[in-house]
Ligand binder design. Structure first.
Ligand SMILES: NC(=O)c1ccc[n+]([C@@H]2O[C@H](COP(=O)([O-])OP(=O)(O)OC[C@H]3O[C@@H](n4cnc5c(N)ncnc54)[C@H](OP(=O)(O)O)[C@@H]3O)[C@@H](O)[C@H]2O)c1
Length: 214
């Protein structure tokens, strides 16, 4: 499958690496089609990775990964073009964090909304699935932790898109856990703060959530 990766940061790179290992093709998208950062990422990734603008990467992808700064969704979708996401699975890994007062950041979501819902509103025909936002990039692909596959919480409004995301999550070495419609992104984005808070207190960034039960 061809996957457009919007984002040249650690998350875009980690997910691209995983996709390439699974035999997919990726295009790394940045604000500029001639981004040096994107070129460096693609060079590191090797064969199967190309670069372009956010719009180029979205057009390239049968599915699209959104791995951009979570406080600028409006700018990212404007640059990407909502039409280039129409009908496609959009894996939204973003967290709307505010780092302006330092670390740990605060979460900037409306009381009953989320970044995921904002993205869905900006690209109404996209099939947005919130996923990969509750763990650090270092563990995203094949985490191989003691205790078996950790839980990857995901949510979205389109059942088919969620099933496709769940398959990918399984291929990445996680147990997918469907939390419901995209309204649940509010809670998944808050969950990121739990993960960050624990990591900040303990210095342990190598942990992931696991849902247990009978
Ligand atoms: N880091 C983690 O381990 C982790 C884990 C889970 C979720 N997340 C979330 O995943 C997302 C990506 O995180 P990251 O650490 O990989 O990268 P990041 O530094 O949060 O974002 C990098 C990307 O955002 C784009 N960007 C920055 N400012 C922009 C603007 N004003 N308008 C449009 N695009 C802009 C950059 O474009 P250019 O390439 O053009 O510079 C770049 O591609 C974030 O929302 C983060 O909260 C991160």
């Amino acid at each position: 499958m061809k996957v457009g990766i919007l984002g040249t940061g650690d998350v875009g790179k980690a997910i691209a690496k995983g996709l390439l290992a699974l035999g997919h093709e990726v295009m790394i998208g940045a604000r500029s089609a001639t981004s040096e950062k994107a070129a460096a990422v693609a060079k590191e990734l090797g064969a199967g990775a190309s670069t372009g603008s956010f719009a180029d990467a979205a057009r390239f992808g049968e599915a699209v990964v959104l791995a951009t700064l979570g406080s600028v969704n409006d700018q990212v979708i404007a640059a990407t073009g909502a039409a280039n996401l129409a009908g496609k699975l959009v894996l939204d890994t973003t967290n709307p964090l505010d780092f302006s007062k330092g670390f740990p950041p605060s979460l900037i979501v409306p009381a009953e909304g989320s970044g995921g819902q904002q993205i869905q509103a900006l690209a109404p025909e996209a099939k947005v699935v919130k996923v990969f936002n509750t763990v650090g990039n270092a563990l995203m692909f094949r985490p191989e932790l003691p205790g078996g596959a950790p839980s990857m919480f995901l949510c979205g409004n389109d059942e088919g898109a969620k099933a496709a995301a769940a398959k990918l999550v399984t291929d990445f070495g996680w147990e997918p856990v469907d939390v419901g419609t995209l309204a649940a992104a509010h809670w998944l984005e808050a969950m990121c703060m739990v993960w960050v808070g624990v990591a900040a207190r303990t210095g342990r960034w190598d942990r992931a959530f696991k849902l247990v039960g009978r």
